[in-house]
Design a protein around this ligand. Structure first.
Ligand code: ZN
Length: 422
């Protein structure tokens, strides 16, 4: 049974217009975001304005859902009013489309903006699109990139590695509405693990992933090379510290049926080490060593698991006899989400992924690294994903939609509340 109902009520038809302006809202976690984007048939996508306010959770050591809810409730109204005033949006001149994150995320946080978006859509008689947060992270790759100005947008089918504080997924996208999760995490998300590890080694701040990246960056090159020579597979090293890649036994070339990431063992390793030394604060050299090894091995684990997926679903049955070639035609790889702004991860992806399992001509293969400011949560990505859903799938949301705490990406159009615009 199709869950998509017919549009019973006639609404202003904006499909096919030369240019569309979108007002987009996002508040799935701790960022209150508003953006206006424009898509012009000739000039493509453009960000007109984007605003963002982030809840500072440093004093709590993590995001408290009720605090996040109150934060969004108190901030989003004025943020939307400011953007509307600056863009001249009002009942006589409304934007063409209202997009808002529907899920997955914290329900209180999501509802703060979803209710407001519904109100605007009703008042201005404009379509509302309840957007999947992770589809936004993936489709942000359609925006022109400062560091890759001549790279065209990715073409389906493509792969996307989504790394954030809430998710770690390798997704295969056959089309806008056909997604398959190839690897998911079996425990915590990579960003969560990085934040907690950074806190354990003594770093502070609101954006701990960035603190860790900057701290590792500040280690002198000579010392990094010294750390590279120290192996941590066993505790038999100068620091008496053990850290190895998870899920990688003696037979690591054996391809498991279900591929998974696992990031909790990194945290256990540093917590166990603190207990072993019976200390609360590390000296600078130990702190540098732990930060360097943790960051590198966490990213090596992502590469290691992704490479197994490329082996399993690639075309090289001369290397792996059960290679099923599922990824045939994939020539684009998107690295998105907050953690994807990390330069070390970007370098490791470009250098260490075994692309020979996917293509005979690596020159045809492209990595897409969205601008760092668009890797973390933002409303631009929600506007882009909502616009795609509206234009390509010709769907809009009913006013009855509720925020979704969980929403599997492969169920994008299988959830309730979609209306056909046809
Ligand atoms: Zn996100």
């Amino acid at each position: 049974m199709s869950l998509i109902s017919k549009n019973l009520r006639k609404q202003v038809n904006i499909l096919g217009r030369r240019s569309l302006k979108v007002l987009a809202l996002e508040s799935s976690c701790d960022d209150s975001c508003v953006a206006v984007i424009e898509k012009d048939r000739e000039d493509g996508l453009k960000v007109i304005q984007q605003e963002k306010m982030t809840l500072n959770s440093a004093k709590w050591g993590g995001i408290i859902p009720t605090e996040a809810h109150m934060f969004h409730q108190s901030r989003i109204g004025n943020l939307v009013r400011q953007v509307c005033e600056q863009q001249g949006f009002n009942s006589a001149n409304p934007p063409d489309l209202i997009c808002c994150t529907r899920g997955p995320g914290m329900v209180g946080s999501l509802s703060a903006t979803l209710q407001l978006a519904k109100g605007l859509a009703i008042a201005w008689d404009r379509p509302l699109i309840g957007v999947h947060h992770m589809l936004g992270h993936i489709l942000i790759s359609q925006m022109p990139k400062t560091e890759q100005p001549h790279l065209p947008p990715p073409k389906y089918p493509f792969l996307s590695l989504l790394c954030s504080g809430g998710h770690t997924l390798l997704v295969y996208l056959k089309s806008l509405s056909e997604h398959e999760i190839i690897i998911n995490t079996s425990d915590i998300a990579v960003g969560d693990s990085i934040d907690k590890c950074a806190r354990e080694i003594g770093l502070t701040g609101n954006l701990l992933g960035m603190e860790l990246e900057n701290f590792v960056h500040s280690i002198p090159q000579q010392r990094k090379e010294e750390f590279d020579r120290i192996k941590t597979v066993t505790r038999d090293n100068a620091f008496n510290f053990q850290l190895k890649l998870p899920l990688r036994g003696h037979k690591h070339m054996k391809v498991p049926d279900n591929l998974e990431f696992s990031f909790s063992s990194f945290l256990s390793a540093v917590q166990g080490y603190k207990k072993q030394l019976s200390i609360e604060i590390f000296d600078l050299r130990t702190k540098q060593f732990l930060a360097y090894k943790l960051q590198n091995l966490i990213f090596d684990h992502i590469i290691d698991r992704t490479n197994i997926a490329l082996l399993k679903h690639g075309f090289r049955n001369d290397i792996f006899e059960y290679a099923d070639n599922k990824f045939e035609g994939v020539n684009d790889f998107i690295c998105s989400g907050g953690v994807a702004s990390n330069q070390t991860l970007r370098q490791k992806m470009s250098k260490n992924l075994l692309l020979e399992n996917l293509t005979e001509d690596k020159n045809n293969f492209h990595f897409h690294f969205p601008d760092i400011s668009l890797c973390t949560d933002n409303a631009v990505m929600i506007g882009i994903a909502g616009l795609e859903i509206y234009e390509k799938l010709q769907l809009r949301s009913d006013m009855s939609i509720l925020p979704l705490r969980k929403w599997t990406l492969s169920d994008l159009v299988a959830v309730d509340g979609w209306l056909s615009c046809k």
